[in-house]
Design a protein around this ligand. Structure first.
Ligand SMILES: [Fe+2]
Length: 516
């Protein structure tokens, strides 16, 4: 092994915040780690080696390289090794300061032209709203144990910005203290909050076993963010734009996301992006929060030019959906933050903090789907701390344009992810009695969604954790709904079987790293 200069370092393993991978493509995947110097050296750049192999013992090495972790990026590093094989599981390690990291596992995606029936089945986990102070990350722990998951989609609220003691389980304040204690505003604050979350061993384990494909929601910046402000940001806290850019910079430093911007701050805002999983599906990850969103104003919802995605992202999405249809991708997935389907619920309806508050933007999207005969659109949504499923139609409350028993009139389907840990806020009048197109409603439990995708059907299952008060990775299956190809509406499903003969998980290794 290439022995890296230890710079005279005397401390413990520098891989205190784990390792991670993300944004898999057919020939590359982002590998991430952070080098935590315990203070015994004053270097502003630290050499880091990485090794990629096709076996968990790291004997069949396919790539090796070096990079520098610098103070400029909070000593986080990302490498994006190219020339990997499509649809293949890899194992990887980092080396720095005389230590080797635990072994990670990741997977590239199928090549775009692989026929859907050859992609066979793909399973994805979907999470959102993972507030550290509200409890143990048991959902992440359960996902980490499943070898057949190709990637974890995080739909945002990966961290929360609040000060200690606010919006958390007060009984866990000793066990799960947050850092820093103040509401996070500066770059240093945001960095420290990510570092705090990343000390969680279940989150580390989930990152170690699976690539993540993540987008932010509002709490990665501030509650109810939009492009020019945030509900929770007041002038006394300083410039919103400066705060937003600090949050965005820390996000790029700490998340395993591909940054194609050459570090230009404006481009770091552009995180919407697309993944082509063979011809089985296109995954369009969207930003309905800070790239193009106009200020919350429920009364402005129907103004013709009302923007939630912003013109640039909206055009990008339309072009991608047309491209997906042209290349015959079976499913078009939109991974995004806020509820798309017209929805009657107390808080969202009043605040307008879902597509309801941007109704003309929703009309443009649904008209586009209808006018271009785009079938098989599946919307994935976070943010709401509840599990819902919807047939998505322009007017679900009008019996002439939508039939809830047959699904006729539905243009797409939507699955809403429960919070992993954040507080649920059950509201009355948000169920099927008020929403005939709502096919599932659970507003109390925590957990995640598991997607099981084939050419014939797109299935979503909800799994709930049994407690947030202690570490306990047991879960229970709650519900399965699916849409069949070309049906564009939901029907009941059954719990799917795990995929067999998949590459093994990276070996259990609770240590943060060992001396070379
Ligand atoms: Fe949330």
């Amino acid at each position: 092994m290439d022995v890296l200069d230890d710079l005279g370092y005397q401390g413990a393993s520098p891989f205190k915040h784990g390792i991670a991978s993300g944004d898999p493509l057919q020939d590359r995947v982002i590998l991430w780690t952070r080098i935590t110097n315990d203070g015994s050296i004053s270097a502003t750049s630290i050499p880091v080696g990485y090794t990629i192999a096709t076996d968990p013992e790291m004997k069949k090495i396919v790539a090796q390289g070096r990079a520098l972790a610098t103070s400029e990026s909070d000593f986080t590093i990302k490498v994006d090794p190219k020339s990997l094989q499509p649809n293949t599981t890899y194992y990887y390690t980092f080396q720095a300061l005389g230590y080797i990291s635990p072994t990670g596992r990741t997977r590239t995606i199928p090549q775009p032209n692989l026929p859907a029936n050859q992609v066979d089945r793909v399973r994805l986990a979907v999470v959102s709203c993972s507030n550290y102070g509200f409890g143990y990350f048991n959902g992440y722990a359960h996902i980490a144990k499943q070898a057949d998951i190709s990637a974890v989609l995080h739909l945002g609220d990966y961290i929360y910005e609040y000060q200690e003691g606010f919006y958390r389980d007060q009984s866990l304040i000793e066990e799960r203290p947050i850092d820093p204690k103040n509401e996070i505003i500066s770059l240093e604050d945001y960095r420290r909050r990510y570092a705090c979350y990343r000390t969680d061993i279940d989150l580390q384990e989930c990152h170690r076993q699976h690539p993540f494909i993540a987008v932010w929601d509002d709490h990665e910046i501030a509650d109810n963010s939009w492009k020019g402000g945030a509900g929770f940001h007041t002038e006394s806290k300083g410039s919103y734009i400066e705060r937003k850019m600090s949050a965005v910079r820390a996000y790029h430093e700490w998340m395993p996301i591909r940054d194609d911007s050459s570090n230009e701050l404006d481009s770091q805002l552009r995180i919407y992006r697309r993944f082509e999983f063979g011809k089985l599906f296109d995954l369009n990850m969207l930003d309905t929060r800070i790239f193009g969103r106009e200020k919350l104003d429920a009364t402005a919802s129907n103004e013709p030019e009302r923007q939630l995605l912003g013109v640039e992202q909206e055009n990008w999405l339309h072009l991608n959906m047309l491209a997906g249809k042209r290349r015959d991708a079976k499913w078009q997935i939109l991974g995004q933050q806020v509820i798309l389907a017209p929805f009657r619920g107390a808080s969202a309806t009043n605040s307008g903090d879902i597509w309801n508050g941007y109704a003309s933007a929703r009309d443009r999207l649904l008209n586009f789907i209808e006018n271009n005969n785009i079938d098989n659109t599946v919307v994935l949504t976070g943010d709401y701390h509840a599990s819902f499923a919807f047939d998505v139609c322009k007017n679900p409350f009008d019996g002439d344009s939508y039939n809830p028993s047959t699904g006729s009139g539905s243009l797409a389907v939507e699955f809403v992810c429960p919070a992993l840990t954040s507080l649920a806020f059950p509201e009355k009048g948000a169920g099927p009695e008020a929403n005939p197109h709502q096919k599932f409603n659970n507003q109390t439990d925590h957990g995640y969604m598991l997607l099981d995708i084939t050419e014939q059907a797109f299935q979503c299952e909800w799994y709930y954790t049994n407690t947030l008060k202690t570490r306990d990775d047991s879960t229970r299956f709650a519900k399965s709904l699916l849409t069949q190809a070309q049906a564009n509406h939901l029907i009941e499903g059954e719990q799917s079987r795990p995929i067999t003969n998949v590459a093994v998980l990276a070996a259990a290794n609770k240590a943060v790293g060992v001396k070379i």
